[in-house]
Design a protein around this ligand. Structure first.
Ligand SMILES: [Zn+2]
Length: 207
């Protein structure tokens, strides 16, 4: 699991001006516009590719996107439509997991604002790969598999990412994990990238 973080709600509050209506629906059905709307940011996003639609459908059917939406709504996050079928849940403030960003199905939850995460293209691509991993693992089984892989990595390298097959596939650097080569002289404390809140301690993420 990632390292301990410190709460920085003051900075989160500073971004309140950017808040959009809280949303709780993946699909904007014709009868839901007023109460359940996920607004796209930065002028909208292009059409999905066949693979992106397949991932979106798979994670909807396997329940992980609904799980992500349930957490996003329960945690009163600021939900926005992201690119490539992703949903961004910004300003997540629950204490667990100790992470700057993490993914449940097609929902990427982050402690920064949704707009700040959308501007971090490499990290968003990294989280998108975890979203694909949920689809490949048929949904919820991804979570125990991920934590097994993270435990294996902890034993081998002293951090949950470097020897974690899921993090290696998603990209170690983008996820804030040190490459294997840098561990030749024994386990080291991982670099802490993740979603930083300006000027504060930066964080790694979980899936
Ligand atoms: Zn990751």
């Amino acid at each position: 699991m990632p390292s301990i973080i410190s709460a920085s709600n003051d900075q989160v509050k500073a971004h309140r001006w950017n808040r959009r209506p809280l949303a709780s629906s993946l699909i904007q059905g014709p009868g839901y516009h007023d109460v359940m709307t996920v607004l796209p940011r930065s002028g909208g996003h292009g059409p999905l590719t066949a693979a992106q639609r397949l991932r979106q459908g798979a994670n909807l059917v396997n329940g992980t996107t609904l799980l992500g939406l349930a957490v996003a709504v329960a945690a009163r996050t600021d939900l926005a439509a992201g690119p490539r079928g992703l949903l961004i849940a910004g300003e997540y403030r629950w204490r667990l997991p100790f992470a700057g960003a993490f993914t449940l199905g097609n929902v990427v939850l982050c402690r920064s604002t949704a707009d700040e995460l959308l501007a971090r293209h490499e990290l968003l691509r990294h989280e998108e790969k975890h979203s694909s991993q949920y689809a490949w693992c048929l949904g919820v089984p991804f979570l125990p598999l991920y934590f097994l892989a993270a435990g294996w990595s902890m034993l081998r390298t002293g951090n949950p990412g470097t020897s974690n097959v899921f993090e290696r596939h998603a990209g170690l650097a983008a996820g804030g994990y040190p490459p294997k080569a840098s561990l030749r002289h024994g386990p080291a404390r991982p670099e802490v990238h993740g979603v930083g809140l300006r000027g504060r301690r930066r964080r790694r993420h979980t899936p």
